[in-house]
Write a protein that binds this ligand. Structure first.
Ligand code: GLV
Length: 329
């Protein structure tokens, strides 16, 4: 039997599925430190990860490793040049999380615009003595301009929901989406600068890469309307969190909603001191249905990638399909 490591706690029934095909080493505890991760991968043929850094050092320590299945759509934790050089297959879990993540983007954007978290904390702290005409005045969502940066599958799901709120949708992306998608979403392609100047609510849904590092920093925040909100459901590092904390403190923008952070699970302490930010712990895809679908899809990818099960050799979501069928180097 081939051996795999499941690097994180995961639904136990998915572990049972994997045990039908593999000898499973399951880390059902804290996140593994790098040394322990490498030690436990040393004799493994495959791994199921959720954000663990995987690259040349991993492959040097794990000469048999052929497939790494990430339980996430984003796979910026994979060094793809190292995967390709070693002929290791990487897989991700796209599509199954689109709608839940778009729902959450809206929840966070609306909580940010309407100051839900800030007012709830105030109420819990016992400050509510009377109704006041100007308590927690927020920004309208209905009828406003939504700016989506990153118009992939999740960005499109997010933009589709804007129709019900009678919003203008502007977007920026590495490349324009097909005209029929623009028409369906009633979305207009604009430059990043234009988007930042015009949008009432900016939502970030782009993948992290060296090119998208600090897509939003001090200069970009300075372009936004002082009444605007910024929501990041993409990845930490796309926003310069220190610059954002300053912009929030100084009222350069009205408010922000963050689900992801630079260096998470640590959160920049300056963000914890400003009231006009809603902070959630990387839960945009966290519904029971979606997380189960992601876990099962990661398992499907691992099973098929390692040549087992009904789809042997044809994993559903290879991120570097060119290495399929090639021997590990
Ligand atoms: C979650 O962040 C994902 O990439 O799926």
């Amino acid at each position: 039997m081939q051996k795999i490591l499941v690097a994180r706690p995961i639904f136990p029934d998915v572990i049972e599925r994997l045990k039908q095909y593999f000898e499973v080493d399951w880390n059902n505890g804290d996140v593994l430190g790098n040394d322990e991760l490498l030690a436990r991968l040393a004799d493994k043929d495959g791994a199921l990860t959720a954000g663990e850094p995987i690259g040349a050092a991993t492959f040097a320590a794990a000469p048999r490793l052929r497939v790494v299945a990430n339980m996430a759509v984003g796979y910026n934790n994979f060094d793809m040049a190292a995967f390709n050089a070693a002929y290791v297959l990487g897989t991700n879990t796209p599509d199954v999380l689109n709608e839940s993540t778009a729902d959450f983007g809206w929840a966070l954007m609306m909580a940010t615009a309407r100051r839900i978290a800030e007012s709830e904390h105030w109420l819990r702290a016992g400050h509510w003595k009377k109704w006041n005409y100007d308590s927690f005045l927020g920004a309208d969502v209905y009828g406003s301009t939504l700016g989506v940066i990153g118009m992939g599958r999740i960005g499109q799901a997010l933009a589709r929901r804007a129709r019900g709120f009678d919003m203008r949708v502007i977007y920026h992306n590495r490349s324009r989406v097909a005209p029929q998608i623009e028409a369906e979403l009633n979305a207009q392609y604009v430059s990043k600068e234009d988007l930042l100047k015009r949008a009432d609510h900016v939502v970030l849904v782009l993948p992290y890469s060296a090119a998208s590092h600090h897509t939003i920093g001090a200069a970009e925040l300075a372009l936004m309307k002082p009444t605007a909100t910024l929501t990041n459901i993409a990845r930490g590092g796309i926003v310069d969190d220190a610059a954002l904390a300053v912009a929030l403190r100084d009222g350069r923008i009205a408010a922000a909603g963050l689900d992801v952070y630079e260096g998470e699970p640590s959160v920049n302490p300056a963000l914890l001191t400003v009231p006009n930010v809603v902070l959630t712990p990387h839960i945009a895809s966290a519904t029971e249905t979606t997380r189960r679908a992601m876990a099962n899809l990661a398992a499907d990818n691992l099973i098929a990638g390692l040549g087992e099960g009904p789809r042997a050799g044809r994993p559903p979501n290879p991120v570097n399909p060119d290495v399929l069928g090639k021997a590990r180097s």
